[in-house]
Design a protein. Structure first.
Length: 325
């Protein structure tokens, strides 16, 4: 006689699948929380608020920002990595939290597998700049000056972040050497560049372009393959003589691993709608942000892009011995 109990595991799995499918069909039925792993008022916080404000019109539920700060963003990211994979707790992260931190911190989660990608949203191009009194008038002259004056120049950074990583990448590609000066934030670093206390920075266009346009610093090149819409007079690194020096601070949205695919699809549709809204696009552009093309806003595109960024930057960061302070 067959024992009916042997059917229970399969029956249980079927019930679970049915419940998950029903939950996905009604998703979302309550507010969605987007964790921003930094303090309110920063670029990623502002970008997240602009996008989620529009997302709620598609989802039909409030989308609430929760700022969870600490450990270079890792506390907030870790909170979402441990959250239920139901689509109600998401993480708004960027190149620092989802690439750099994986090589400079010992993390209790694997950035490559802990999250389901939703969408790549915006990016900020990086600019190579120097103080106004720099003897060089273009990037090639500046590189030549750095080579002739090893360890003399000071590069402003904000700890084990993009500035230090970009600086090592720059040294590796140009054969130059300079010293690092670490700041608690970008604002004081930019101010010291303007006043001439440091010699150079490789940082976000949104921080450096206004100063370059005001004539208080020299902007040598955009570290990307295309020029900036807001500053088309600044050449690309390819044009300026340092081809392939591409670096950008990008933002993306993720859910915990194993979040149902149809829930991810609904969230992605909400993000895509937000990024297509003219008012949203205008506000993001005014902040100096580049909005990703539509074909790069898919979960698959973010997954591939994230993988490529890790493969590119982790060896660079580890070779430099960059560790969290």
């Amino acid at each position: 006689m067959h024992k009916p109990t042997v059917l229970l595991p399969a029956l249980a799995l079927g019930i679970v699948a049915t419940v998950e499918a029903a939950a996905a069909q009604t998703y979302p039925s309550r507010p969605v929380t987007v964790v921003v792993p930094f303090a309110a008022g920063g670029t990623i916080d502002v970008v997240s608020r602009i996008i989620t404000e529009r997302m709620r019109t598609v989802l039909g539920q409030p989308v609430v920002i929760e700022n969870i700060v600490g450990a270079g963003g890792n506390i907030g990211v870790g909170r979402v990595a441990r959250a239920a994979p139901d689509g109600y707790t998401l993480i708004s992260g960027h190149w620092g939290t989802h690439v750099v931190n994986g090589a400079s911190y010992e993390l209790p989660y694997d950035l490559r597998t802990a999250f389901e990608p939703i969408a790549l949203t915006t990016s900020v191009r990086q600019v190579i700049a120097a103080k106004r009194a720099s003897p060089a008038n273009d990037l090639q002259d500046f590189i030549a000056w750095l080579r002739a004056n090893p360890d003399k120049a000071l590069l402003g950074t904000t700890g084990a972040g993009s500035g230090q990583v970009n600086g090592f990448f720059f040294q590796k590609m140009t054969g130059t050497r300079f010293q690092y000066v670490s700041y608690r934030g970008l604002a004081p670093a930019v101010q010291d560049l303007v006043s001439g206390h440091i010699d150079m920075m490789i940082s976000s266009a949104s921080d450096l372009v206004p100063q370059a346009q005001a004539g208080t610093i020299k902007a040598y090149a955009v570290a990307y393959k295309s020029r900036l819409l807001v500053a088309p007079d600044i050449p690309t690194v390819d044009e300026a003589g340092l081809p392939g020096f591409y670096t950008q601070m990008w933002n993306g949205l993720w859910a915990p691993a194993r979040t149902p695919k149809d829930v991810i699809a609904k969230l992605n549709a909400a993000v895509v709608d937000a990024l297509a809204e003219p008012a949203v696009r205008r506000r993001l552009t005014e902040l100096g942000l580049e909005i990703q093309p539509r074909e790069e806003q898919t979960p698959e595109a973010l997954a591939a892009f994230h993988k490529a960024e890790i493969e590119k930057w982790w060896p660079i960061i580890k070779a430099a011995g960059i560790k969290a302070e």
